[in-house]
Design a protein around this ligand. Structure first.
Ligand code: CA
Ligand code: CA
Length: 316
């Protein structure tokens, strides 16, 4: 009986979507792309009905950069092969307009979160905005550094979200997500799964502090000039009502691993202590030193090395 009801409601949804599409006004994707404030959502709601999802970090929840895209066999063409359309908030309007990426038969897309990171929360953690009434099979993996990957499952059918509790490390912040097409209906203009946007539902806000602003070379003593950056970070922690803050130190590849691990940890600890002095509760902060193991850019130019020398704050 339940199944019949479900089938009936799916049939109705498809019928309603067809009507809307014929009328040329609203398509299911356009509904998905709409967002509105909801009183019970501390953030922003995207989509409607069964596919509505509350994203506590709002627009920041979405993937920000394309790391790579391999279209594979029978790729899509033109605008539908452009990976940038999978970034940011959902913006699909209709199948004939740019706004989504069709992965291709064995297409692989790697995205990065820049102003946020995926973390484990109660309920769904990762959400894929896929175009059309049914979610086409897409396999997902996440990574902290863009190199070693953790397979976390697939979205398909009616399921657009993944619950990652028990699969990902509850103390980690994942900045990379990989999508691999597993839809067997591939080929043609929109080949494989059609990805409009990818959201970290469990999302930590990321504040990246430039090490050059905070420290002298090879030092873990905060400079006097660092006080504005620390005061700003403390203000954001308060404004966002963060309850947990992960403080991660990172270095470039100069020097040996052990020295870089020690320096990055000492720097993260110095930032933590300064935040305590600025009134942030010590017990909600954790520090880590990742040394040179999690670069955000290749260590090939002075500018890129400077980007890698940083202290990241992840606010939950
Ligand atoms: Ca983002
Ligand atoms: Ca899009």
């Amino acid at each position: 009986m339940q199944t019949e009801w479900r089938n009936a409601s799916i049939t109705f949804a498809i019928f309603a979507a067809l009507l809307a599409a014929l009328a040329g006004v609203v398509t299911p994707g356009a509904l998905l792309a709409q967002s509105r404030a909801a009183p019970d959502c501390a953030g922003k709601v995207y989509g409607q009905g069964r596919r509505a999802i509350c994203l506590p970090q709002g627009a920041a929840s979405f993937a920000d950069s394309v790391l790579s895209f391999t279209p594979g066999a029978r790729p899509s063409e033109g605008d539908w092969a452009q990976p940038r359309y999978a970034l940011g908030e959902p913006d699909y309007t209709r199948t004939t307009a740019p706004g989504f990426l069709s992965l291709g038969c064995d297409g692989v897309l790697v995205l990065r979160f820049d102003d946020n990171a995926l973390v484990d929360v109660d309920g769904p953690d990762l959400y894929v905005f896929e175009v059309g009434p049914a979610v086409e099979a897409t396999e997902l993996a996440v990574s902290v550094d863009g190199r070693s990957w953790l397979e976390v499952g697939r979205v398909e059918g009616a399921r657009a979200e993944l619950e990652l509790t028990g699969i990902i490390d509850p103390d980690e912040a994942y900045r990379y997500v990989r999508l691999t097409n597993r839809s067997r209906t591939c080929g043609g203009r929109h080949s494989g799964a059609d990805i409009d946007a990818v959201a970290a539902v469990g999302s930590a806000l990321r504040l990246a502090l430039d090490a050059a602003v905070l420290f002298d070379v090879a030092s873990s003593t905060l400079k006097a000039d660092a006080s504005a950056a620390i005061a700003n970070a403390a203000a954001v922690i308060r404004e966002r009502r963060a309850t947990r803050v992960l403080i991660e130190g990172h270095t470039d590849s100069d020097g040996d691993n052990a020295a870089n691990d020690a320096l990055s940890l000492a720097r993260a600890t110095a930032v933590r202590d300064a935040l305590v002095a600025a009134g942030v509760d010590r017990s909600m902060m954790r520090v880590r030193g990742h040394g040179e193991r999690r670069p955000v850019a290749p260590n090939d130019t002075p500018a890129n090395k400077a980007r890698n020398r940083r202290v990241d704050l992840l606010l939950r």
